[in-house]
Write a protein that binds this ligand. Structure first.
Ligand code: TXA
Ligand code: MG
Length: 327
């Protein structure tokens, strides 16, 4: 492995996985790839490791974190599955779905990782490398996105190092993530199914399995999410973000979508197309990397062309609205 300011870059092989698992067992933090984004991994059963995650991210509050587990059996030791939860897990695990479930009596995920809630957020990631790491580690792995609080989520090991070099022990380098936006978060509590965060599994995918659309989150409820995905200004580049731009102004950086560029695109200081073919799946995979690259040009504003809200477009638009929120 090579080191960047004392953060080791571990190769995605048996030695790298063993080294990552050993660091995690010692209470250290290791960023790891999933199919969505890189997670900032720490032992979810160890409050000291979880506290170190919040410190490394410079997160303003103790928000509840996702506990990553290798399979359904491990998830069943942490959370109580309703019939709907069972159906969703059968349909979408391993994959980009997080289920918020009542805590099981045998739960080992610590209170701090759950922000003191009686529920737990569980996910079996779709990445083979992530599941190999989870098997080797043998405990639930807390893993918020591996970026500094308020910054764009990382979809490559280099993004993790930009934000966290010197603040974490290692990053397991699995190359670029394939989905590119975070998991869909669904709460199955009190006999209800609520969509808390749009993500890699679409609303239509959920409805097809449930036989009905999921409900909207109940913001007044005690278990209402207070996580970073719910803060209005999140996923924030340094540049201002201007949405649904049908015209690019001189000097703006342009984030494009589809075959037809907006008027004035030739006056942009830089431009990237998320998907020239107009494919929202491809666009999701490229979203955070493109935001980082345009932001790195130093342009004062990133103008974003209109992106349709269907399918993964809902999660893309959700992240862009947050990136554009006043701060
Ligand atoms: O794709 C992903 O989900 C990535 C990768 C690394 O797995 N992880 C991720 O974690 O995005 P994080 O911590 O950034 O997002 C956790 C989300 C937040 O929106 C949080 O509010 C919600 O899950 N959450 C966690 N526990 C919860 C709970 N008990 N009740 C309600 N919401 C919860
Ligand atoms: Mg995040």
């Amino acid at each position: 492995s090579t080191a960047v300011a004392d953060t080791r870059r571990l190769a995605p092989d048996a030695d790298g996985i063993a080294a990552a698992a050993a660091l995690l067992r010692a209470g250290r933090l290791v960023a790891f790839p999933t199919e969505t984004v890189y997670g900032l991994g720490g032992d979810a059963t160890d409050p000291a490791a979880v506290a170190a995650i919040y410190a490394a991210k410079a997160r303003p509050q103790f928000n509840p974190l996702i506990a990553h587990v290798p399979d359904r059996e491990a998830a069943g030791r942490q959370g109580v599955f309703s019939e709907d939860a069972r159906r969703l897990a059968d349909a979408f695990w391993p994959g980009p779905l997080t289920l918020v479930l009542p805590a099981a009596s045998s739960i080992t995920v610590c209170d701090l990782a759950r922000a003191g809630l009686g529920s737990v957020a569980l996910r079996v990631p779709g990445s083979d490398l992530a599941r190999d790491l989870l098997h080797a580690f043998g405990r639930p792995l807390a893993g918020p996105s591996a970026n500094r609080s308020g910054r764009v989520s990382p979809t490559a090991a280099a993004h993790v190092l930009e934000d966290l070099a010197g603040r974490i022990a290692a990053v397991l380098d699995g190359g670029e993530t394939v989905v590119g936006v975070e998991s869909t978060v669904v709460a199955c509590l009190d006999g209800r199914v609520r969509l808390l965060r749009p993500g890699g599994i679409t609303r239509a995918d959920l409805a097809a399995v449930l036989g009905h659309a999921p409900e909207a989150p109940d913001m007044a409820a005690a278990e209402a999410p207070v996580g970073p995905g719910m803060l209005s200004s999140h996923y924030a580049p340094n540049a201002r973000v201007r949405l649904d731009a049908d015209r690019i102004l001189p000097g703006e950086a342009a984030l494009l979508f589809g075959p037809i560029p907006p008027v004035g695109v030739e006056t942009a200081s830089a431009s990237l197309n998320l998907s020239p073919a107009g494919d929202v799946v491809e666009a999701a995979a490229r979203l955070f990397g493109a935001l980082r690259r345009l932001d790195a040009t130093g342009a004062p504003t990133i103008a974003v062309a209109p992106i349709p809200g269907e399918g993964l477009g809902e999660a893309i638009r959700d992240r862009l609205v947050r990136a554009a929120a006043p701060r």
